[in-house]
Every structure is written in structure tokens, then in C-alpha cells.
Ligand binder design. Structure first.
Ligand code: 8YV
Length: 328
């Protein structure tokens, strides 16, 4: 019997490709071309499965053009690149890659928070530019982490990881806002107190965004929300571009409405709003919060496990629209 055909839409670990080749006829984009939608559709022709990353958009147009497609396995916990309703309607299973990146991403969120509050990259640029000629009492004076109020917007697994690091490691007072409140045991574990969104914005010394992106969370942080924050506050976004209005944030940083920001994700990335590039009080990183080799391998392996399980008649590990499985 011939093997099912799958497409690996981006470059990935050779050992993951080798494993998939035991089960599938594999076409892979190992040269890591950036495909247009038309090119993605062309490469998906005749494929029953796709291994995707966060940049590969699977929507009604792609689904209509690829009728043989049965499953898309995302190598990402976020899945805003999938139109889940359209996939369900087309009978295409969607899977993501949760859990395996939680601690790595929480580590990075904390690293970005510390770099932002303590002005690490800004001061390094100053040093490299040969501007360091003497000590000064207020040179790159930033904001304390220890004992401060850590606000978290979006209290899923990664938000909880950041809360625990803050509360247990740095004695921070943790407050959070989320669509639903955590149960009492989880709140106690994270030493986190539930507050309304306005109180979160007004009270946090450091605010970390970890909520999923959807049309409902578009520009959750804009000019009005930034105006509520303390002028000494820092804002960190490791969630998704589009949750923050980047133009409004650049203006707030320029006008010192808030003190500083740390951004790993951007609206329209890999493009970055030119106004953000022009302000010094922002730490900018290229969407690397999950980027350690063991974690990236675990994410890719989970996506591969989902594809293999699906085609060998087993239950995929992390389905997003399990209803599709029920009607098969
Ligand atoms: C990925 C991410 O690096 O998992 C996610 O949701 O944002 C990142 O860990 C990226 O989406 C590539 O798939």
C-alpha cells in the first residue's frame, strides 16, 4: 500500500523528517522558502497531511483548493494561523503543540521582563557605541523586579509559569486578569490574585501579555489602556503581534506614558513598525520565546506524533477540533 503524502511547510530538524519518512511520502521545504498562499496551495496538491508553523495560514480558500487535505499539525501552541471553523467545516483536523514549550517560554518572558526593566540592551548599545566614559548616579537606572507588582494578562499555562517565577523567585506580588478565573488551588500555587482589567493596568509595575490572539483580542492594549498604566511601568508582549497596537505603543514609549517595553512579537512580523525601531526604551527580539533546541525539537516531534497517530488510526495527542474525528 502506498504511503500517504504529506507536506512539511518549513525547514525542520532532519531527524523529524527522517521519522516522518518512515510513515509518509514527504515533500519538505528544507530550503525554507517563504511561500505565498498560491505557492502553499500548489505544494499542498495531493497531500493528505501538512506539518505547519505559525506563519502558514490555513483558511477556507486553501481548504477549498486542497480537497485531499485531512490534517494540519501546527508546530506551535498558538493557532491563529488556522481558521478552525473552516477546517472543521471541511472535515480537516487541526492539532497544535502545547505544554512542551511552557517552561521555556516562561523563562524567556522573564528574561525579556528583566532586560526591559533593567535596560540591558539599551545600555549595551551605549557601551558598544563607545559612549561609556564615566560612572553616573542615574546612568541606566531602571525599575526593580523584586518586590514589585507583576501583572499578567492571560493566565494559561505560560502565564502561570511566569507568575510562579515572579512570586517564588523574586518575591513579586502577582495580579492577573483572564477570561476565566483560576481555581483556588492554582491561584494559591501561583500566589496570584484575580483583578479586573483596569485594576491590572493601573496597578502593575510590570505587565506581561500571554493571551491568545483572535479578532476579540486585537489591540487589547492601545492608547487608552497604555494611558491607564503607571509612567514607571514596563510592558512585555510574548503572546502575538496584533494584541498590542504597535503605533500607539511607540507613541507611549516616545512620550514616556510608560517607561519601557519588551516585545518578542509584532503586528505584521517579520516587519517591525518603524516607530518602534526609532525609540530607545524598547527591547526587540525576533519571536524567539520558545527557541531552545530541546524545546523546538519537542514541538516538532509533537507535530510529527500527531500526524503519525492520525494516519495509523490512533487518537492524535493534541487535537483542536476533535469533532472532526468523531465524524470519520
Ligand atoms: C513558535 C509560538 O516559534 O508556539 C507558538 O505559538 O509562537 C512559537 O513558539 C512559532 O509560532 C512557530 O511555529
Amino acid at each position: 500500500m502506498s504511503k500517504p503524502k504529506i507536506l512539511i511547510a518549513r525547514a525542520v530538524f532532519p531527524e523529524v523528517i527522517a521519522r516522518l519518512e518512515q510513515h509518509f511520502e514527504v515533500e519538505s521545504n528544507q530550503d525554507d522558502h517563504t511561500w505565498s498562499k498560491a505557492e502553499l496551495i500548489a505544494h499542498l496538491q495531493g497531500k493528505a497531511g501538512a506539518f505547519t508553523t505559525g506563519g502558514d495560514r490555513i483558511d477556507a480558500e486553501v481548504l477549498a483548493a486542497c480537497p485531499e487535505l485531512k490534517i494540519c499539525a501546527n508546530m506551535a501552541v498558538g493557532y491563529n494561523n488556522f481558521d478552525i471553523d473552516a477546517m472543521t467545516a471541511a472535515g480537516v483536523l487541526a492539532t497544535n503543540a502545547p505544554d512542551v514549550l511552557t517552561e521555556t517560554t516562561a523563562d524567556f518572558g522573564f528574561a525579556l521582563l528583566m532586560a526591559t526593566a533593567r535596560r540591558i540592551t539599551e545600555s549595551e548599545h551605549f557601551l558598544r557605541a563607545g559612549q561609556w566614559t564615566k560612572w553616573r548616579y542615574d546612568m541606566f537606572a531602571g525599575a526593580d523586579i523584586h518586590g514589585s507588582v507583576l501583572g499578567i494578562l492571560g493566565m494559561g499555562r505560560i502565564g502561570q509559569g511566569i507568575a510562579k517565577r515572579g512570586a517564588h523567585g523574586f518575591g513579586m506580588k502577582v495580579i492577573y486578569h483572564n477570561r476565566s478565573r483560576l481555581d483556588a488551588a492554582l491561584e494559591a500555587e501561583c500566589q496570584a490574585r484575580y483583578v479586573g482589567k483596569d485594576e491590572l493596568l493601573r496597578t502593575a509595575d510590570h505587565l506581561v501579555l500571554v493571551l491568545p490572539y483572535s479578532p476579540a483580542s486585537h489591540h487589547t492594549i492601545g492608547a487608552a489602556e497604555l494611558a491607564l498604566m503607571k509612567p514607571t511601568a514596563t510592558l512585555v508582549n510574548i503572546a502575538r503581534g496584533g494584541i498590542v497596537d504597535d503605533a500607539a505603543l511607540a507613541a507611549a514609549l516616545r512620550n514616556k506614558t510608560i517607561a519601557a517595553a519588551g516585545l518578542d512579537v509584532f503586528e505584521g512580523e517579520p516587519s517591525v513598525h518603524p516607530d518602534l525601531l526609532a525609540v530607545p526604551n524598547v527591547v526587540l527580539t525576533p519571536h524567539i520565546a520558545s527557541a531552545t533546541m530541546p524545546t523546538r525539537l519537542a514541538m516538532a516531534s509533537l507535530a510529527a506524533d500527531n500526524l503519525i497517530a492520525f494516519f495509523t488510526g490512533n487518537k492524535p495527542l493534541t487535537p483542536l477540533n476533535a469533532a472532526v474525528l468523531a465524524i470519520k
